[in-house]
Design a protein around this ligand. Sequence first.
Ligand code: ADP
Length: 486
Amino acid sequence: MSYTLQDQALLKHSSFIQGQFSPAFAGHFAVHNPADGSLVALVAQVDSSQVQQAIHAADQAFALWRETPAAQRAALLRRWQALMLQHQQDLAILLTLEQGKSLQEATAEIAYGASYVSWFADEALRMNGAVLPALQSSQQILVLKEPVGVVSAITPWNFPNAMILRKAAAALAAGCSFIVKPSELTPLSALALAELAQRAGLPSGVFQVLVGTQAAMIGQHLTSDERIAKFSFTGSTAVGKLLLAQCASTVKKVSMELGGNAPFIVFDDADLDAAVKGLMAAKFRNSGQTCVCVNRVLVHSAVYESFLAKLVKATAALVLAPGLDPNCQLGPLINQAAVDKVHRLLDDALEQGAELLLGGTIDADLGPLFFQPTILADVTPDMAVSQQEIFGPVLALTVFDTEQEAIELANNSPTGLAGYFYSQSVARVFRVAKALQLGMVGVNEGLISNAAAPFGGVKESGLGREGSVYGLDDYCELKYLCLGGL
Ligand code: ADP
């Protein structure tokens, strides 16, 4: 499928270090389009000395950036955000080319990512401390909020733009300098943000992007260098645990946005049409490849048949197509490993007695990564599909009989990121919302993520919150001053 960028200079091919797109010292790696396997770009591998250079530059930049008045930091962030919206279409095309999601979703992601930049530009102005009453009349207690220091981050491929901006906007607003290693599958969206950061006038070393396939090498530097004060990660729980351990040697502050296993509960008093609508949004966004995508659909036995009939109709109507096709509602999965995983989970469930009602395999006419929207019934909690993140367009349905059973099923996971439930009873809404062991709950709502809300999980889903009035605190330290002898 053909495309043209209005601004070709947004397509960059190397890491952005110390205010420059760096030369290639260590060869190149390929970025492929998941829709057809075509080559999108060859990108230079960052090497170890360049990672060191970036850390040095970030350290130097921090000294100046933290002293830059908040209003000036906010103004630069707003200029960066305006450029993102001005180039929204080009950024969306690049995102679809490297990631696969529909152009419509990619366009929305650019606006969503940019919304964190404007949000935190405003929050920068309100990095307020406090004056606290002391226990002695000769003392006064002051609390200052200070930027934590140089921040490093590693981000995944499912939101190549927004997962970076959620972190970078908060860090920069607080006065931290920021280095990110995006996923090697989707480096182009990150590099385009660097180009726009430069155009916006962000000082050298304040925002840097390191791209390469040597994730472990880059990660080692970013989690162990003592000049880095904080590490922020979004990705799988397994890699998150590894990087968290690596951060221990220098006791870095950490934010971790890890995996989830989102339940979606349909109670017998739910508005079934609204529930189907919410489920379609919460399940099939990005072809099921988000950490807040529904993993387990729990339906009350009394409404199961009528809910299922509506769900099959809505799911069968979804249009699977390349992301740049204007009709696309569901794009390809990211790579063959993702397709293989979905197949594995389906095979396991079917072997153990689940029933396939729709889909179940790839659409070979479109290509090897286009997985059909799939519905699996009679799923039990012990099946792998109930226990692991599917990260694909599969609805796995389990029936329950009581509210208590639904809550127990929903909480039956070591992770606790997002979850959803539909009920028209006020008392039940409060009961169930309180009982769910989750960081985020959609009540009669399938799309919950936005800049005003604190995004994050409990249990093994992570540490910290992104976005909202609380998000800046993850990038601040409190300093207490005790004024004595008054
Ligand atoms: P996903 O399953 O979403 O790809 P991963 O946790 O594998 O999640 O990847 C998220 C990010 O972590 C990517 O940028 C990837 O390159 C990076 N990553 C993966 N393994 C390591 C590692 N050992 N050290 C540092 N970064 C890693």
